[in-house]
Design a protein around this ligand. Structure first.
Ligand code: PHE
Length: 462
């Protein structure tokens, strides 16, 4: 192995998660986010319910999990940020694998740009839910409230900046005292609130229609674009293909079991998505609303759905608080990618790196924030900035990043390194699992990603 590009920070000065459990919870905190509560339900609604869930599961198992294992493994091996990890593990200095890390940093910015905006709406909705402003069974009223928010340039920017300020205040405290400590508090609370709401939704009269929608597949809606969306969601959900998991892996414990740990993260994340589906769809159907409402499902339909049930205001407040918690854990991991890089490569302090990153984000994020107001007329490739950032990151940059990560691990890094890293140098007796991983990451993952990308972009197939 070639030595790492000299880091100006000594290894001892690097942050790390304090415990294996803390590492797991923080990683779950990265995976669980708006993807589960905002994206998953509307994508399932738009793409044929259970048929889409099945595709998503296949992508998660054959693409998502292998890439997550690869990333955590590389980060832990190199103990460096995403860019320097790729440089350090590269078999030859002439192979530009660090570009994957650099593309990942770009993806992190694009995702943060629209993510902070949606998170901003969620933060705003916590207050609207408490004040009762969106407690109306009439979708016209809730729709107007949402329109008022997104078409106001001032409010859009303000809430985005509030979000940026909140996560900055957490992340400057460091990997363990900031990220780990926060996610350890938020994730259990989030789970409890989500379970309460799912139970409430499932016990409404007429809930079974929502269950049928979630669990009866309709394959007629499945197109190449839908398959690409399912794969994009699998990448987005597990925070992979862009260096977040490399960065977090670099803070994992030396004796942690990577295949089991990552599988737990995936299962936890999947459970939250299913719980979110169970919280949303039974109630949507019980009160006679439309499930396929697109991205505004969360902000227009859901408030009306809650307003239709007894004590709806309380449940709605809980729901938006738990969504804000989920978004926070994910955003911390997105911010950590550039912060760790600046901190280690250029010895810029965490506080300064946070200020620089947030400042840049306020600039890159503004077009997304203003895409329904000041910039609503500006379209690139037929999309406004918000949709473009989302499409380019989830459906292009993450799958392409993941493809190269799988190719790097399967074909360049070497079998010996992989087996050593995943068995913890032979301590874990899990050769069978590692062998399965080795075959999948070499053959199945890259081929699937290439096929889905080409087909989804209309280059091959019908
Ligand atoms: N996994 C997060 C979610 O589902 C989003 C995310 C993507 C976070 C990429 C980090 C990196 O909301």
């Amino acid at each position: 192995m070639q030595s790492a590009q000299p880091s100006r920070l000594s290894a001892a000065a690097r942050g790390s998660f304090a415990t294996a459990l803390g590492a797991l919870v923080a990683t779950i905190g990265s995976a669980v986010g708006l993807g589960n509560i905002w994206k998953f339900p509307y994508l399932v609604g738009n793409n044929g319910g259970a048929a889409f869930i099945i595709l998503y599961l296949v992508c998660t198992l054959l693409v998502g999990l292998p890439v997550m294992i690869a990333e955590i493994m590389m980060g832990r091996k190199a103990r460096a940020n995403a860019i320097q990890t790729m440089r350090a593990l590269s078999p030859s200095a002439r192979q530009p694998w660090w570009l994957i890390g650099a593309a990942g940093a770009l993806a992190a910015f694009l995702i943060m740009a629209f993510y902070t905006e949606v998170a901003g709406w969620v933060f705003a909705y916590v207050f609207k839910a408490i004040s009762g402003a969106i407690l109306s069974t009439d979708p016209q009223v809730t729709s107007q409230a949402f329109t008022d928010l997104v078409t106001s340039p001032f409010q859009s920017l303000l809430w985005q900046w509030i979000v940026l300020a909140v996560i900055s205040l957490i992340i400057v405290n460091g990997v363990s005292k900031g990220i780990e400590a926060t996610t350890k508090r938020l994730i259990p609370l989030l789970l409890v609130m989500l379970i309460i709401i799912a139970v409430r939704s499932l016990t409404l009269p007429g809930a079974s229609q929502g269950l049928a929608f979630l669990f009866t597949p309709d394959f007629s809606k499945i197109t190449g674009a839908a398959v690409l969306t399912a794969m994009g969601l699998a990448f987005f959900k597990l925070s992979i293909g862009m260096g977040t998991m490399i960065t977090y892996g670099s803070y994992w414990k030396e004796d942690q079991n990577i295949p089991t740990g990552t599988a737990r993260v995936m299962l936890a994340d999947l459970s939250v998505s299913v719980l979110a589906g169970l919280a949303v769809f039974p109630a949507v159907f019980a009160f006679g609303f439309e499930p396929a409402a697109g991205p505004s499902l969360l902000f227009i339909t859901i408030p009306s759905v809650f307003a239709s049930m007894p004590f709806g205001g309380v449940f709605m407040t809980l729901f938006f608080i738990l969504t804000a918690f989920a978004a926070t854990g994910a955003m911390l991991s997105l911010l950590e990618v550039p912060i760790a890089y600046m901190n280690e490569r250029f010895a810029i302090s965490r506080v300064k790196a946070t200020l620089i990153t947030t400042g840049l984000l306020a600039v890159v994020g503004a077009p997304a924030a203003l895409s329904s107001s000041t910039l609503s007329g500006v379209k690139l490739f037929g999309m406004n900035f918000f949709d473009l950032y989302d499409f380019a990151s989830s459906n292009l940059l993450l799958p392409i990043g993941g493809l190269f990560i799988a190719i790097f691990v399967g074909w360049f890094w070497g079998r010996k390194n992989v087996f050593e890293a995943l068995t913890n140098s032979g301590v874990l007796k899990n050769e069978g699992v590692v062998r399965a991983f080795w075959v999948i990451v070499r053959f199945v993952t890259p081929v699937l990603v290439i096929l889905v990308l080409l087909n989804g972009l209309g280059i091959i197939g019908g």
